[in-house]
Design a protein around this ligand. Structure first.
Ligand SMILES: NC(=O)c1ccc[n+]([C@@H]2O[C@H](COP(=O)([O-])OP(=O)(O)OC[C@H]3O[C@@H](n4cnc5c(N)ncnc54)[C@H](OP(=O)(O)O)[C@@H]3O)[C@@H](O)[C@H]2O)c1
Length: 238
């Protein structure tokens, strides 16, 4: 396969290393190709691990050259997410806030146990990342929140400072930033005298690159549509 990797930062480097046996074309400020239009344009798929600032470039290229896209970048605004949804009506698109198998399973568990626990347990979501991460909460924490919200209709609370008694219908959201933490996500179900904790720890960034490459292989040849990692791992929606 001929894969174009947009963004040649930490993740872009790992993806290109893992793609050694395939054809990888990095696009980034320090690469031979600075923009997608400078490339030879014939790719089976684009994998984007960069920044929302590159979205318009990717969307117009994918539309023009009918190229499937795996979006791994996080921190998109709602308006940008709509653009990705629009693109998925023209080419196959897969977006995931997290490409690790373990996190996708964690998300599945949240969908399954939240309806059972929502009456008697308070839900809190905690994430921790390295001090270079610019967006907060993490895309993965938002994904876990969305899954918990689907089952409860509760509202997120991002700030607790001073007098702020906990409401029964809120989900506390907490972000820790420090050092070189790769990525930790915890969903706590806190009941009377007992707490259930679902936790995932990423020990290296490689797991995300492996998942994104798996997603690219899945996407090539698929009908136009908006896919996610659950489709890759479990087949079918939800
Ligand atoms: N979904 C997942 O599983 C997952 C996992 C890890 C990371 N991520 C996300 O993937 C993205 C990249 O992560 P990373 O760890 O590789 O970060 P990084 O090391 O900071 O690399 C990001 C790259 O994006 C490009 N970039 C940054 N700011 C830009 C701007 N304003 N305009 C255009 N290009 C810009 C730069 O590449 P060039 O200089 O080469 O253009 C930069 O090296 C982040 O959004 C991160 O949250 C997602």
């Amino acid at each position: 396969m001929k894969i174009c990797v947009v963004g040649y930062g930490a993740m872009g480097h790992i993806v290109c290393e893992l793609l050694a046996s395939e054809l990888a074309y990095p696009v980034g400020l320090e690469c031979e190709y600075k923009t997608l239009e400078e490339t030879d344009k014939a790719f089976d798929c684009i994998i984007d691990f960069s920044n929302p600032a590159n979205l318009d470039m990717i969307v117009s290229f994918a539309e023009k050259y009918n190229t499937p896209v795996v979006f791994a970048t996080t921190g998109y605004t709602d308006k940008e997410l709509l653009k990705i949804e629009e693109l998925s009506k023209k080419v196959p698109v897969l977006r995931s806030a997290n490409f690790s198998l373990g996190v996708i399973l964690l998300n599945r568990l949240v969908k399954e146990i939240t309806p059972i626990l929502k009456e008697d347990f308070d839900i809190e979501i905690v994430e921790a990342h390295h001090h270079h991460k610019v967006d907060s909460p993490s895309g993965t924490a938002k994904m876990l929140l969305e899954s918990a919200q689907m089952a409860t209709g509760f509202t997120p609370n991002y700030e607790r400072l001073g007098y702020c008694p906990r409401k029964p219908d809120e989900i506390g959201m907490h972000s820790i930033r420090g050092g070189s933490i790769v990525g930790e996500h915890e969903v706590l179900y806190c009941g009377e005298d007992e707490t259930i904790t679902l936790k995932h720890s990423a020990q290296s960034k490689k797991i995300f690159a492996v998942g994104a490459i798996k997603a690219a292989h899945f996407l090539v040849g698929k009908p136009v549509g908006y896919y996610n990692m659950e489709d890759v791992l479990f087949g079918g929606k939800n």
